[in-house]
Design a protein around this ligand. Structure first.
Ligand code: FE2
Length: 285
């Protein structure tokens, strides 16, 4: 019999300023470590106001972690030390920084000035922090849509729903990343690994993530407790949410800006190498 996960915590993402002056909402970050292990941060950069996002995130390094960028509207112009470019509406870029990349991320709105998307950070275990950097870039049309029992339409970026597997794979933390749209008056039930951390982030409408709690709406982060299934129900409104799961690492986290290692000494090495121009270990293209 299914052991349905209960919601342990719920909170709203908070306005913050990042990069060169990008106004965004942070669902979780440094202060929440290790509650969402292996995940480190989730930023929501939906905005209809170009002055809130167009300053972007100029050149900066990453090491020891992964950034997962999912764009809903507009485009993120991307330049990096491997030669990768551009994330369009509906696309996903799963960037494994590993030993280190240097990149810039510049949001560009659509013709109406709308920008929309999310960036999730996932940690890498000590054994993989210095792996070769790798990108998995998936275009909108290559993300399959699963029709789940109960009527949910699910864009499957990573993981599996109703026999449909997402295109992103071979990630150390075995992640699931779903974009779930559930019509009014329906239920979405999804099996999750009992050992995994599971959270949801609501992006439209409202739904019940636990039968004993009230409906959760836009900007709400929902953190699940233990169990092997999650169940989300709607009443009179539909809901759209991201659902993410992954294997916790249970390792020490030493985190400074865009570099996430296990020890302070490793952080010092990373920033010294960045200053000295020896940060990037892979061949430039
Ligand atoms: Fe970045």
């Amino acid at each position: 019999m299914a052991d349905t996960r209960r919601v342990e915590k719920v909170w709203k993402s908070k306005p913050t300023i990042e990069g060169a002056g990008v106004h965004l909402r942070r669902a979780f970050g440094f202060d929440e470590v290790p509650q969402l292990d292996p995940f480190l941060l989730l930023d929501d950069f939906r905005s209809n106001e170009p002055t809130e996002y167009q300053r972007g995130f100029p050149w900066h390094p990453h090491r020891g972690m992964e950034t997962i960028t999912y764009v809903l509207a507009g485009e993120v112009e991307h330049g990096d030390s491997l030669g990768n470019r551009g994330i369009g509406a509906g696309d996903v870029q799963w960037m494994t920084a590993g030993s280190g990349i240097i990149h810039q991320e510049m949001p560009k709105g659509d013709s109406q000035g709308r920008m929309g998307g999310f960036q999730l950070w996932a940690n890498l275990p000590a054994s993989h922090k210095m792996m070769d950097p790798r990108y998995q870039e998936v275009k909108r049309d290559d993300i399959p849509v699963a029709e789940a029992a109960g009527g949910a339409r699910v864009r499957v970026i990573s993981g599996e729903v109703a026999g449909v597997r997402g295109p992103v794979g071979e990630i150390v933390t075995d992640p699931t990343y779903l974009d779930v749209s559930l019509p009014a008056g329906r239920t979405f039930a999804h099996a999750v690994k009992p050992t995994h951390t599971v959270f949801a982030y609501v992006i439209e409408g409202a739904g019940r993530f636990d039968p004993e709690r009230g409906p959760c709406g836009n900007h709400t982060l929902v953190v699940y407790g233990p169990g092997d299934t999650v169940a989300v129900s709607t009443e009179e409104q539909p809901v759209r949410f991201l659902m993410v799961a992954g294997r916790p690492l249970e390792e020490p986290v030493a985190w400074q800006g865009p570099v996430v290692m296990n020890t302070q000494a490793e952080l010092r090495v990373a920033f010294r190498e960045y200053e000295q121009g020896t940060f990037v270990k892979h061949a430039r293209r």
